[in-house]
Design a protein around this ligand. Structure first.
Ligand SMILES: Cc1cc2nc3c(=O)[nH]c(=O)nc-3n(C[C@H](O)[C@H](O)[C@H](O)COP(=O)(O)O)c2cc1C
Length: 157
């Protein structure tokens, strides 16, 4: 089982979560490659059995207005060829400062399904950082990191 983790991380929290997911995949006997959105070549997906996306929540934080979704991960998923995720293991995970992380995960699922993915595995939505801000803020707690790790394991075992 070869899994590609596509992630974006502005202040490092999603990278920490992705490292934990990757460690879980490896512990369960899978092989994993991590790629940052800026280095993503959509053609490489053909070499993988699984595609997992990790993203910070960049939704509108206040009120119930339309979500201002422009997560870099969504742009990268959009570069994949149609149906290129058909038959592959697909999933996602999110890091959010407070709320709306579920919207980011739903947006990732929708983008993955649009490229042929089915049976999307919903990963953790851990808390870190500060809302709508570049300030790094608090890190993911150990308990949250364990959830990302267990999610990685569950993808393979
Ligand atoms: C442009 C922007 C928008 C954000 N929007 C939200 C939001 O709507 N809700 C929220 O809880 N956190 C929001 N955040 C905070 C990030 O989700 C949080 O800091 C996360 O831990 C960052 O992950 P990273 O270190 O991997 O970049 C936003 C951060 C940025 C920079």
């Amino acid at each position: 089982m070869k899994i590609l983790i596509l992630y974006y991380s502005h202040t490092g929290h999603t990278k920490n979560a992705a490292d934990a997911v990757a460690a879980g995949i490896q512990e369960a006997g899978g092989a994993v490659t991590m790629v940052n959105t800026k280095d993503f070549d959509p053609a490489v997906i053909a070499d993988y059995d699984g595609f997992v996306v990790g993203s910070p929540c960049w939704q509108k934080h206040f009120g119930d207005g339309p979500p201002q979704v422009d997560e870099p991960t969504l742009a990268s998923i959009g570069k994949l060829a149609d149906s290129s995720l058909a038959g592959k293991l697909v999933g996602g995970f999110v890091v959010t400062a407070e709320t709306k992380g579920h919207r980011t995960l739903a947006a990732i699922e929708e983008a993955v399904v649009a490229k042929g993915g089915t049976k999307f595995k919903k990963g953790p939505i851990g808390k870190a950082g500060s809302p709508m801000s570049d300030w790094k803020g608090p890190n993911l707690m150990d308990e949250a990191l364990k959830q990302y790790h267990d999610f990685g394991k569950s993808l393979v075992s």
